[in-house]
Write a protein that binds this ligand. Structure first.
Ligand code: NAD
Ligand code: UDP
Length: 316
């Protein structure tokens, strides 16, 4: 297969490019490097992964055959999309339309990397795919949430015109290649623990998330590319933790004696989040395999091997 991965130089995208290259696919990574890094895919460039520097909000053309388009381009960390509000709306709307057009022109499979954020601050727990969500359309997170909701709508409209599209709703995912200073909770806590800085828990820390290790997630993404499933399918690890529990776990795994500090909770921060994953299990035979303890150990190891990046992130 020849697969176009938009956002392929980012955290998830680079792991997807790697998984595809490893099984023998040709990959075109289209990325504007706004939150991604070329070094994430440098090791794949002689193995059949071609890099095209492109902003996918502009018309996207790829010569040669294209069998699938995986659309991952979008800032994903809250500090990134709050810093890039218009860009986030543009890539979720125009960027998704351009990626869909590219897939349609080539008669290719299209997979949208959507998000659990379409459920907003959910009033139904755990979240199943029939739930419509509770999103504040003018809140600070709306630039991301509403862009992804529009992306799902336009993907569904193309499906209505017989395009082979699929939607995955990705829940919080972590692992090697997260940017140490991206501000997400897992990378922040690991950087703080390794640097002896206090762990910054927002609010009481009673809010929950369900964290999926990147290798599990990418296995599901590949299965979705290979299928003709429409979705939407939730994908994530249903093991739910409070942010305070996550902080304790990071302290145990790193052996750090950092303190835990409490900071104000960001506006509209979702209170609870846990996926129902029966649909993805039935449709793709997918379930997560890596426990949070094991996944965090592997992630900590990766960060610990990069002391300069960790030190720079701790100072930022
Ligand atoms: P990331 O920021 O590491 O990667 C996003 C990539 O998209 C970056 O390489 C960035 O440079 C690129 N990009 C952004 N705007 C672009 C544009 N206009 N044109 C071309 N490239 C552009 O984030 P990630 O965590 O790897 O997330 C990847 C995708 O998965 C996103 O669509 C995100 O919404 C979705 N997702 C991620 C998570 C998670 O926990 N990581 C959860 C839910 C959904
Ligand atoms: N969070 C935290 N400390 C941090 C970063 C985040 O307590 O340094 C909290 C954040 O308020 C949220 C949870 O951790 O409740 C997950 O945040 P993240 O930005 O990783 O993902 P998202 O909010 O998009 O699920």
């Amino acid at each position: 297969m020849r697969v176009v991965v938009t956002g392929g130089a980012g955290f998830l995208g680079s792991h997807l490019c790697e998984a595809l290259v490893r099984r023998g696919d040709a990959v075109v990574c289209a990325d504007d490097l706004s939150t991604g890094r070329l070094e994430n895919i440098e090791h794949l460039r002689h193995l059949g992964c071609e890099f095209v520097r492109a902003d996918v909000t502009m018309p996207l053309e790829v010569s040669g055959t294209v069998d699938a388009v995986a659309h991952l381009a979008s800032p994903a960390s809250p500090p990134d999309y709050l810093r890039l509000p218009l860009e986030t709306l543009a890539v979720g709307s125009r960027g998704t339309e351009n990626a869909l057009r590219l897939a349609t022109q080539h008669g290719a499979r299209f997979v949208l990397a959507s998000t659990s954020e379409v459920y907003g601050d959910p009033l139904v727990h755990p979240q199943h795919e029939e739930y419509w969500g509770n999103v504040n359309p003018i809140g600070p997170r709306s630039v991301y949430d509403e862009a992804k909701r529009y992306a799902e709508a336009v993907t569904t409209a193309y499906r209505g015109r017989r395009a082979n599209t699929g939607i995955l709703r990705i829940f919080n995912t972590y692992g090697p290649r997260m940017r140490p200073c991206d501000g997400r909770v897992v990378s922040s806590f690991i950087v703080q623990a390794l640097s002896g800085e206090p762990l910054t828990v927002y609010g009481s820390g009673d809010q929950t998330r369900s964290f999926c290790y990147v290798d599990d997630l990418v296995r599901g993404l590949v299965a979705m590319i290979d299928s003709a499933e429409a979705g939407p399918l939730n994908i994530g690890n249903p093991q739910e933790l409070t942010v305070r529990e996550l902080a304790q776990l990071v302290l145990e795994i790193t052996g750090s004696s950092s303190a835990v500090e409490y900071h104000p909770l960001p506006q509209n921060d979702p209170t609870r989040r846990r996926p129902v994953v029966t649909r993805v299990r039935d449709a793709l035979g997918w379930s997560p395999e890596v426990s949070i303890e094991e996944g965090l150990r592997r992630t900590v190891q990766w960060f610990a091997a990069r002391p300069d990046a960790v030190a720079a992130a701790a100072l930022a």
